[in-house]
Write a protein that binds this ligand. Structure first.
Ligand SMILES: [Fe+2]
Length: 672
């Protein structure tokens, strides 16, 4: 891997160290006399494996109140008992980075497991040693073997315990060596800036984030507003033993979604209540905390757009302040696992255009949600209909002035990132291009026009995700189609549900050919989306109850799954009759073409085995994660999928689901 100019400086910032493993060279490093003992309350972690390097991380805190920098050693070994150390080097931690330390170590062998730990104090007395971390480098560029990975998202600390991480750990420790997970891909919402005081349907959370150092407190929730608050969240989340164990056990590769900064944010703007509000200082603070607590390889690689945290001079006007916050950290990047796969991580928040329609727009027109047509016109802006956008937007029996007529088309990635992304994917020579994409490509559309006599139009559940940016999704998929790119698989989170389906080159033509596949993973612990919908249907929109749930003697059935898979007419009919065979007669659903699977009531995670000729994916659904546990909770069921590699000119043929241990409503279990 080429070294950067920065690397030659040896030390990039006060919290990042570059170290190289070479025979015997750095084994002699010792702690300076008087080094104080340290605690490592957030454990250890590693991130972004390279064929010859890895980023190691810890937080090393003095045991007595102090604002002095402290000394520590990092040790690296091939053996868990450190009997044959490869490196021992001196680091320091300081309060400016909240005592977090990043240490990029290269000179390593590819596809190799290593152990690491951090040491301070004086040998014999006051010695302090961190827990031992295990990590693994990426394979060499010519590697053709299989790669095992886990993917995860949405891990609210409060809404459930981390049974998903505990289950993943226990099963992986019991697995055969060649089945074990090589790394974890985290698709965002690692923390939640907002702490709701109750569950969606009422009742207490599983646990509570301690009070923020600053924070804002409203009747419904509390949220982070300062650097100290965001650091507080990472420290609280990483105090959990299972998340800490997961980070010590596997290297993590992380991108973010909205909650690492603020709910449904765009650029440096927050939008809790209606219009976006510039919150540039807070975005900068959120970026700094992410950089301090999430080990990622950013400046360390050449030809990489990513860079580490750099606080920028404050801008004079709104645009400059917004830009300065965005420029403080750039996380989109690519990692490689030989000829088998590239992982392309995007930042789906920092460069996106504002929502194409203002909050409350549909409601102001008396519509339940934005229609597919309204969003298509508003998002394409001045480019709609080959540059002939209508002066008015249609709704119901009326029209309203088109607010986006003169606006540039919407973009979720921003022009610069989009060009990088397309270049990276289309030029990739790996068999598979895994897109670490925080937001699902599969839309959650409701074909409400199929409900007779209502006057409803086909609608989009939320315009915060790709469904609100159909113009750019179309551009990307058409580019893949045109360049005959194969092997593009999006791994996404955010929706708090499992899902799988193929993605067509057109977002409007329901007969368009699929060109990619999307797997959406349920939250590790965040409230499953069905519970949010259930609360809304019960409390605010009883008219929508039949497309959301059906009350039975045994409880509640998630009819929403039928709405997504077979359409709202099928869902409505099932809710009224309880006869499932009718859903087959009334499908298929043209609102969500390509969608093969949804499971909206569970927490869980994804596992993938990537080989040159196929990807096998398991979407793992957990039993109840809300109760504190000693023994990790059991798996409820697993949906298995297989995706053979397709050739240029062919379409992906997603196979599955096949079920293990049961199946979610309305699927019938089969045996794998
Ligand atoms: Fe989330």
């Amino acid at each position: 891997m080429p070294i950067t100019r920065r690397k030659l400086l040896g030390l990039m910032s006060s919290s990042t160290f570059f170290l190289t493993v070479s025979p015997g060279a750095t084994l002699a490093a010792q702690l300076p006399a008087g080094s104080v003992p340290l605690d490592f309350p957030q454990g250890v972690a590693s991130g972004d494996p390279q064929p010859d390097g890895i980023m190691l991380w810890t937080r090393a805190v003095p045991r007595t109140d102090s604002d002095e920098a402290v000394n520590l050693l990092v040790q690296l070994s091939r053996d868990a008992d450190f009997s044959t150390p490869l490196l021992q080097a001196h680091l320091s931690a300081n309060p400016q980075s909240d005592y977090t330390v990043r240490s990029y170590i290269d000179g390593l062998a590819p596809n190799t497991q290593y152990y690491y730990r951090f040491v301070s104090g004086s040998a014999g007395q006051d010695e302090s040693v961190s827990r031992v971390g295990r990590t693994r480098t990426a394979p060499a560029p010519d590697h053709t073997g299989k790669v095992n990975l886990a993917f995860a998202s949405c891990q609210s600390y409060e809404q459930a315990f981390y049974g998903s991480w505990a289950r993943m750990l226990e099963d992986d420790n019991a697995a055969a060596e060649d089945e074990r997970i090589h790394f974890v891909l985290h698709l965002g919402d690692f923390i939640y800036e907002r702490c709701w005081k109750e569950r969606p349907g009422g009742g207490p959370n599983s646990r509570t984030v301690p009070p923020f150092p600053n924070g804002v407190d409203t009747p419904e929730n509390r949220y982070a507003v300062s650097l100290a608050d965001y650091r507080h969240l990472y420290k609280t989340y990483l105090s959990d033993p299972h998340l800490q164990e997961a980070r010590a056990n596997w290297p993590f590769i992380c991108t973010w979604d909205d909650h690492e900064f603020a709910n449904d944010n765009y650029q440096s703007y927050t939008s809790y209540d209606g219009p976006g509000v510039l919150d540039a200082q807070r975005k900068t603070d959120a970026n700094q905390a992410w950089f301090e607590y999430i080990p990622a390889v950013l400046d360390e690689l050449q030809e990489q757009p990513a860079h580490g945290f750099q606080r920028q001079p404050q801008g004079r006007d709104e645009a400059a302040r917004n830009q300065a916050a965005l420029d403080s950290l750039r996380i989109y990047r690519k990692l490689n696992w030989g000829k088998t796969l590239d992982i392309v991580l995007t930042d789906n928040r920092s460069y996106r255009s504002a929502p194409c329609l203002p909050a409350g727009f549909a409601e102001s027109l008396g519509m339940p949600m934005n229609s597919v047509e309204l969003v298509a016109i508003a998002d394409a802006g001045s480019a709609y209909a080959n540059g002939q956008p209508p002066a008015t937007l249609p709704y119901g029996d009326g029209t309203v002035a088109n607010p986006a007529r003169d606006r540039a088309p919407g973009s979720l990635l921003g022009t610069e990132q989009r060009e990088w992304f397309l270049d990276t994917v289309t030029n990739s020579v790996a068999a598979w291009k895994l897109w670490a994409n925080a937001l699902p490509l599969m839309p959650m559309r409701l074909d409400l026009s199929s409900l007779p006599m209502t006057g409803y139009e086909d609608s989009i559940f939320s315009i915060d995700g790709w469904a609100g940016y159909p113009y750019e999704q179309g551009l990307l998929m058409q580019a893949f189609e045109k360049a005959k790119v194969t092997g593009v698989v999006s791994l996404s989170g955010d929706h708090h549900m499992h899902g799988a389906g193929s993605v067509a080159y057109s977002t409007t033509d329901t007969n368009a050919r699929p060109v990619a596949v999307d797997f959406t993973v349920a939250g590790i612990s965040s409230t499953p989306i069905f519970e949010d919908l259930l609360a809304v249907a019960r409390n605010d929109h009883p008219d929508f109850a039949p497309v959301v749930y059906r009350q039975t003697d045994d409880g509640v059935e998630p009819v929403w799954n039928i709405s997504m898979l077979d359409g709202v007419l099928a869902a409505y009919t099932y809710a009224e009759t309880g006869i499932s065979v009718l859903t087959d007669w009334l499908g298929p659903n043209t609102a969500n073409p390509g969608l093969r699977y949804v499971d909206t009531t569970v927490n869980g995670y994804g596992l993938a085995t990537v080989e040159a000729d196929k990807i096998s994916v398991q979407l793992v659904a957990m039993q109840d994660c809300r109760r504190e546990f000693v023994k990790p909770p059991a798996i409820a069921h697993i949906a298995h999928f297989s995706l053979p590699r397709w050739q240029a000119g062919e379409s992906p043929q997603l196979q599955g689901p096949e079920f293990e241990g049961g199946a979610p409503f309305p699927f019938e279990p089969e045996t794998v």
